[in-house]
Design a protein around this ligand. Structure first.
Ligand SMILES: C[S@@+](CC[C@H](N)C(=O)[O-])C[C@H]1O[C@@H](n2cnc3c(N)ncnc32)[C@H](O)[C@@H]1O
Length: 365
């Protein structure tokens, strides 16, 4: 069955997509069931009448399956198009890079836990070590080779946690970090390691005249606007030796894109959106893996944030809540970190809200 209707003055929500008039044409769409029409980005142009082939879904659970979704038309049960609204779900924020730098300069006072975003909830060093140990196993497996002769580049290296680890495995380690205060923290932690160099620079503007066997971008792309993410990724092949490996580690949401404004500016993208971006950047995505270490930490973060909404705990030092919560979760392992989240996922409960993924990427050439 083919349905064609014209939607006048479809309204943009969030100010990114404001299609004026949209002709929705959807084939094979059981209209009675239609609630959402997913419109591919390239078919939605601001201020134009466009013809879009929508994909009907009963609920929003499968957004992530559509790689270049730009807008969702929320339709009434019976496709009552007068009630259709356009809702941009890939709304990208315009990150204020000065605010990002300010945040990390201030966070450097707690450099070790801040690099791993454990500082705001007062999580103990054991939590950072736990997460790092899990991540190390994943990254080591993907970087595996005769590494003693190899070099590694760590973009957005923070307080130097990864350069310290890499120093015993690679012959040369270069870290790049924009926050002067984080660089100071990293350099003082790395002072005794002769094969590590930390460069104070913005990855968006950096020009390195060297090639590496491995490149890590650990929690960096979420602080960059989409255009800069693509620009940074497009420059990676020029920094990579033939056969080199790139690993990205990014905090993710299950679907769409969620920008955060304020003093902590960040864009959480879904792993599907990163897949699209990696493709657009001309790189080949080999593997995607959920970050189990991050999942454990994020569970603690979600519980602590909920507890700290209680008036009695709100004004207390974060570690007063953070430490016992982490200890309790560790003591209840594997119930806390594996069994409960596995059950929730199966029940379709998206908790905790944030996830984190590793992406193994190579140059197409
Ligand atoms: C979440 S921390 C991760 C640090 C480190 N990769 C780790 O895994 O421990 C993100 C780091 O990226 C840095 N960063 C953000 N934008 C950057 C940019 N444009 N250039 C260089 N570093 C940047 C921040 O200053 C911060 O230290």
């Amino acid at each position: 069955m083919r349905q064609e209707r014209e939607v006048d003055q479809a309204q943009g929500v969030g100010g990114v997509v404001r299609p004026h008039r949209i002709l929705v044409a959807s084939e094979a769409l059981p209209v009675e069931r239609a609630r959402l029409l997913v419109l591919p980005r390239e078919l939605v142009r601001q201020g134009e009448v466009v013809q879009a082939h929508g994909v009907a879904m009963d609920n929003g659970a499968q957004y992530a399956d559509f790689l270049s979704v730009w807008a969702v038309a929320l339709c009434h049960e019976q496709l009552n198009l007068s009630e259709t609204r356009m809702m941009p779900i890939m709304a990208e924020a315009n990150i204020d890079y000065a605010a990002v730098r300010r945040y990390w300069d201030e966070a450097a006072a707690q450099a070790f836990s801040a690099s791993y975003m454990a500082h705001e909830q007062g999580l103990p060093d054991d939590c950072v070590r736990y997460r790092f140990e899990k991540e190390r196993a994943a990254v080591d497996a993907w970087f595996a080779s005769a590494r003693e002769h190899e070099s590694v580049l760590d973009l957005g290296c923070g307080a130097g946690t990864w350069p310290i680890h890499f120093a015993s495995q690679f012959s040369r380690v270069v870290g790049v970090e924009q926050s002067g205060k984080m660089v100071e923290a990293a350099r003082s932690r790395l002072a005794a390691l002769a094969n590590v160099e930390i460069i104070n620079a913005d990855v968006v503007a950096i020009d390195l005249d060297e090639r590496f066997d491995c490149i890590l971008l650990g929690g960096l792309l979420m602080y960059l606007n989409r255009g800069d993410v693509v620009a940074v990724l497009r420059r990676l092949p020029a920094l990579l030796k033939p056969g080199g490996r790139i690993v990205l580690r990014e905090s993710t949401v299950r679907r769409g894109v969620e920008p955060k404004t304020g003093s902590y500016q960040v864009v959480y993208r879904s792993s599907a959106e990163y897949t699209t971006i990696i493709g657009e950047s001309g790189l080949a995505l080999e593997r995607v893996e959920l970050n189990a270490g991050y999942a454990a930490m994020e569970m603690a973060v979600a519980i602590i944030d909920a507890l700290r909404t209680l008036p009695v705990l709100r004004s207390r030092e974060p570690s007063i809540v953070g430490r016992p919560v982490w200890r309790a979760l560790r003591a209840a392992e594997p119930l806390g970190f594996k069994i409960v989240p596995g059950l929730l996922e199966r029940l379709g409960v998206a908790w905790p809200h944030l996830q984190n993924h590793f992406f193994l990427v190579r140059d197409q050439a």
